[in-house]
Design a protein around this ligand. Sequence first.
Ligand SMILES: NC(=O)c1ccc[n+]([C@@H]2O[C@H](COP(=O)([O-])OP(=O)(O)OC[C@H]3O[C@@H](n4cnc5c(N)ncnc54)[C@H](O)[C@@H]3O)[C@@H](O)[C@H]2O)c1
Ligand SMILES: [Zn+2]
Ligand SMILES: [Zn+2]
Length: 381
Amino acid sequence: MSSSIKSAGVITCKAAVAWGPEQPLVLEEVEVDPPKALEIRVKVACTSLCRSDLTQWQSQTQPDLFPRIFGHEASGIVESVGEGVTEFKEGDHVLTVFIGECQSCKHCTSGKSNMCQKLGLERRGVMHSDQKTRFRVNGRPIYHYCAVSSFSEYTVVHSGCAVKISPSVRMDRACLLSCGVAAGIGAAWNVADISKGSTVVIFGLGTVGLSVAQAAKSRGASRIIGVDINPEKYEKGKAFGVTEYINPDECKEPIQQVIKQITDGGADYSFECVGDTSIVSTALQSCCDGWGMTVTLGVPKTNPVVSTHYAFLLMGRTLKGSLYGGWKPKSELPSLVDKYMKGEIQLDELVTHDITFANINEAFSLMREGKCLRCVIHMPK
Ligand SMILES: NC(=O)c1ccc[n+]([C@@H]2O[C@H](COP(=O)([O-])OP(=O)(O)OC[C@H]3O[C@@H](n4cnc5c(N)ncnc54)[C@H](O)[C@@H]3O)[C@@H](O)[C@H]2O)c1
Ligand SMILES: [Zn+2]
Ligand SMILES: [Zn+2]
């Protein structure tokens, strides 16, 4: 065993604890266990707020999973490693990921999927390995979120849910690749595989939608039509390649009719980046017969059922979904970090606010009010 394993004990630090749905987060003194086998404990450097954190915090569907520590887009430094960890050592810079890659299960070895069977999306608020939590406040367990829980000065993640990055990479910007930006870019490149000259419609111009836009632009899409109820998003969208804007609230006809008219029967690709299942159907109606494809990325707050007329499918349209843009994090996230370093993908422009950990509730308010793209929360040094 290395010295860091021997010395790793319980750490007491500050974490932003949600005591119930929609209750403001409270900075509490929490105890963080040492990493168990194949886990690492990470000193979080920066963590940005993703809409999925907000949606789950607002949701009344899992009241038993409180108190809870949210946060899943994060960068940090390895503080200690658990037994059997050879890939990481103390001091390594990492990005956390909410779906891991074990590199040995049916999905990880399929070459077709990033839905790892061992380290996939963890919905029960616990760690993958033993279904227990690593946090306590006054002796009471605190649930995790997506087995990442980065709204804490220290957190424990499985070593399969972290990816090493060079210390030269900006931690306060690369954290966006932990979720939202990678999800959008991957949906456009891996899932839709957008071809040159195509027409693309994006519902929702937040960080995820604008990341679809930048990836569509890089593939040479000729038209990128942004649909959002918040007109302020269009100004920002232009810098990411959005060529036209439609506000559904200002349309006299249903938005899918408007899109059909201006695209000669429908777009080549449409993306749902809002988190509303009724928009999935609208997006499917906005693409063309024959080859039109809808990729849905949003995580709905309510009504997880998609309902649409089967004729759209008979007419050759495709509906696909993806988590984390189909990327296998261990194998493929390093190439995205490289692209950021070479200026081939935009992250900095998506950060609208830098916030201290003490002001974390401000990030929640800004996102709720539609006043931000990404708020990056800087943890104490
Ligand atoms: N699949 C994944 O891997 C993945 C990863 C990250 C986020 N998500 C999900 O993607 C969605 C977008 O995330 P984000 O962080 O960009 O959120 P965001 O809140 O920044 O962006 C959502 C955008 O949708 C717009 N919008 C809201 N209602 C609308 C409507 N009726 N019509 C058109 N636009 C509307 C908002 O104005 C906003 O600009 C969320 O549901 C989030 O949970 C999925
Ligand atoms: Zn796997
Ligand atoms: Zn996310």
